[in-house]
Design a protein. Structure first.
Lengths: 174, 236
């Protein structure tokens, strides 16, 4: 009986964890894929896989990187299945316009459109840092890069993003 | 000693880097201080920009939701999803009969989903955005309550609740206003690296105030919690 109620509590706790993480996972998948519907699919499959493998998550404080890894893997799978020959960013922006412009602030909508235009190699570490709160070391481990390479990508990514948003970048280092 | 170019390079990679050498450079270089201010202002916009509203975030239903299928692989999981949902339903029914997780544990679990909220910054959330988060809550913060650097309306135990981060002397402190949750007395907690307290608010449920453990001891958190409670003005 005690084992049952303990198991139920653990399941309920895992469910609560999924619920609390889901919005950011969808956001992360959205910035990764730049496709709202695909992001939802990726996260749905992520949660199913996570549910099946929940016993392997021993430490809840490590939940974020654990889920992040599954999201990236699921996205890679979907990308392999549906590889596009070319990507027209303007078309992507037009398609996701309701989500990108869903802000009262025009400046925020501009930053979102600029993020869409940022190459994936810069966009992904930037979103991991800004949205998911990952440290440089965590990003490096996830992307299989050195910390120095991650810092370079973050530097270039932010610099490009600021330029795309029309910020004054004259004082940025080369 | 680092020069301006090195300083800006590091700051562009991580505007919230708290390295002492960076701070020392900023203190003696007004140009870099001004540059940092502009960079942090942009960073505030970036933080808001990445937080797009998930399309189904308002539904608040099953975490593992079912939608029209889009690919064969997704279809393949349909049966599994259905069985998982059934399992979740059964587990939910059992959960109703089982002892519930504590309010403090749920607050801490919620924190795991919002790590970016803990950024130490002096960039406040724009007033219209804060007002939007506090809509329908019948509360407001006193003007001198401190810098509110993060404000979101979060789904918590089936209700939308304001999740705020206030910058204090001991660093960022999270406040959740839980008008639907009551506690009979101040309830301190120390779980999974978070220290905080639940405080009753007569006629308005409770508030949860917590900090990451490296930010201070429990007594300091409790003292800040009392201050935060006093900084909330109820409008009904």
């Amino acid at each position: 009986m005690n084992d049952d109620s303990g198991g139920n509590r653990a399941r309920a706790r895992f469910q609560a964890l999924c619920q609390s993480l889901r919005p950011d996972l969808v956001r992360f998948a959205f910035w990764l894929s730049r496709d709202r519907a695909l992001a939802e699919d990726v996260v749905q499959e992520t949660l199913l896989r996570a549910w099946k493998a929940r016993d392997s998550l021993k430490d809840e404080t490590a939940a974020k990187p654990w889920f992040l890894t599954i999201v990236r893997r699921e996205y890679a799978r979907s990308f392999e299945r549906k590889r596009l020959a070319t990507v027209d960013v303007d078309e992507l922006i037009a398609k996701e316009e309701p989500m990108l412009a869903a802000s009262e602030d025009q400046q925020i909508a501009e930053v979102r459109a600029a993020l869409f235009r940022l190459p994936e190699e810069y966009r992904e570490p930037l979103v991991m840092q800004v949205l998911m709160g990952c440290s440089t070391a965590e990003i490096a481990a996830e992307l299989n890069l050195s910390s120095a390479a991650v810092l370079t990508r973050l530097f270039r990514g932010r610099k490009q993003l600021r330029a795309l948003c029309g910020e004054d970048t004259s004082q940025d280092p080369e | 000693m680092i020069d301006c170019s090195q300083y800006r390079r590091v700051m562009l990679a991580n505007p919230h880097d708290t390295d002492a050498e960076l701070a020392a450079h900023r203190d003696r270089c007004p140009e870099c201080a001004a540059y940092t201010e502009r960079l942090l202002r942009f960073e505030g916009k970036l933080v808001r920009a990445v937080r797009v509203q998930p399309p189904d975030a308002e539904r608040g239903g099953a975490v593992i939701a079912l939608r029209p299928r889009r690919s064969p692989v997704v279809r393949k999981w349909l049966a599994l999803a259905a069985s998982v949902l059934l399992g979740v339903g059964i587990a939910g029914a059992l959960w109703l009969a089982a002892p519930h997780t504590s309010l403090a544990a749920d607050v801490v679990a919620h924190m795991a989903g919002e790590p970016q909220a803990w950024t130490r910054t002096d960039v406040p959330v724009p007033a219209p955005e804060l007002a939007f988060v506090l809509r329908n809550t019948h509360m407001r913060l006193r003007p001198d309550a401190g810098v509110v650097s993060y404000a979101q309306s979060c789904l918590f135990r089936g209700q939308r609740v304001p999740h705020l981060v206030v910058q204090t002397d001991m660093g960022p402190v999270t406040v959740m206003v839980l008008v639907h949750e009551s506690v009979s007395k101040p309830t301190p907690f120390d779980e999974h690296g978070y220290r905080g307290t639940l405080l009753p608010v007569a006629g308005h449920g409770s508030i949860a105030v917590l900090a990451k453990d490296q930010s201070g001891n429990l007594d300091a958190v409790k003292s800040i919690a009392s201050r935060v409670r006093a900084d909330i003005e109820w409008t009904d």
